[in-house]
Design a protein. Sequence first.
Length: 530
Amino acid sequence: MRVNHFRSDALLPSPFSLLPSDCSLTLAHGRRYGLSGRNGSGKSTLLRAIANRSVAGLPITTQVLHVEQEVSGDDTPVLQAVLLADGERAALLLEEAKLLSESSSKDSTQDSNRLTAVYARLHEIDAYTAEARAAEILVGLSFTPEMQARPTKSFSGGWRMRVALARALFVVPDLLLLDEPTNHLDLEAVCWLEATLMKWPTTLLLVSHARDFLDNVCTDIVHLHNRKITAWRGNYSSFEMQRAERQRCAGKRAEADERKRKHMQAFLDKFGALLRQRAKVVQGRMARLEAQIDRVGVEDDPEFCFVFPDPGAVAPPVIGFFDVTFSYPNAQRPVFKGVNFGFDLDSRIALVGRNGIGKTTLLNLMTGQLQATSGHVSRNAHCRVAAFSQHFVDQLDMTATPLSYMQSCYPGVLGQDLRNHLGAFGICGTLATQTIFTLSGGQKSRLALSKITWTKPHILLLDEPSNHVDLQSCDALIQGLSLFKGGVLLISHDEHLITNVADEIWLVNGDGGVEPFSGSFKDYKKSLFE
């Protein structure tokens, strides 16, 4: 399979991204490619262009499926919605039913032959085990049998995204395009998806900002930078090492070429008046040399670090839970029962547990958005708490610019002070005055982080902060949190983020308790695989 000749005019029209130009990319059958690049570099746009066949070189016979939008909610049960993704199976079963009904009213050799052919094709595509295969995929994505029988319209957007992913995995297309597939999954589902994609039989091209996921799944990395595409063999860690080595070699070569250029320039300065003709030759060589320097060099993105403001000190205990029980109205059993723990400025905790088990509820109890049914949650009166979730990103004013949005949130603050604060989260230069709608998902996440941290919080409660954030920004987030002088409670399925930020892991066990997990995040992930 060859996808080639990327041109800006060949891609979907978009004024918002730097798109590939005059590039070629070969995708081999059975290889699993990770598409890497900074937020706003055009990764999602490139996937959409391939899915819409807006690039030259994609074979007409290649079946391409792009998981980008959630399944529309209607009365179709979840399991049936997955089965209907296989159009050929659905059509054959419909034809089978029609032929069987007609055979009872008339005797036709032609119909009998056609029915035999239909049966043969259904057997060939393994149609009669399809329901079991679809159910297995849905279970892997955390759908219980009861949930599989419910209509799709009864689920939230995140769960309908899982249905869309299940449909693609069920069909097994020639080319599967996934854009951040782990964003809407709990850790158990991420582990299952990782194991499934590691054995994926056809071609896979995915965007993910989870380093460990890319390392475990991908056989190749496709790097998108400055409107150019470069393919690298190996997983993401291998790509980083290869690229760093090429940068090192390019740096040495550039130093040698610079010495040559200076030597030639000295020659011209000394003999230019006498050897004008010769000087033109030398200048031509210099021009070619400078072009070569640009060609062999590996330009890297500028690094930055999130800078969280110093909150100042508050006396412990900052937040304390004392025999806290919480239950939603009309619930059959409490979410938490008799929970006790303390949280201070030096706490670095990762909260783990299945989706829907109460992790976000615990954060809301800490912020005071929810009140304990019984027991007591104490908070230091001088403590400022900031919570981040993808919900805040969805609430941004898409018609504003980052700077005007911050000014509307904090009227009376000097514009330059807000610019400086935005710059601490990588929203600088023209990005600060660009319409939020045109920003990438990761840039919007950075804006939401900058908004909630303006108040200099003592405690940061972060619910999936690395969703949509590119790998370099995730590293910047890790560095920023390591320098932050307050407490951090983190909900994430990103192993790299948790391993480098959290000192402790707390498990929401599903029986109403919150308890320390005796082991590393890798141990917890291993227990899920088992």
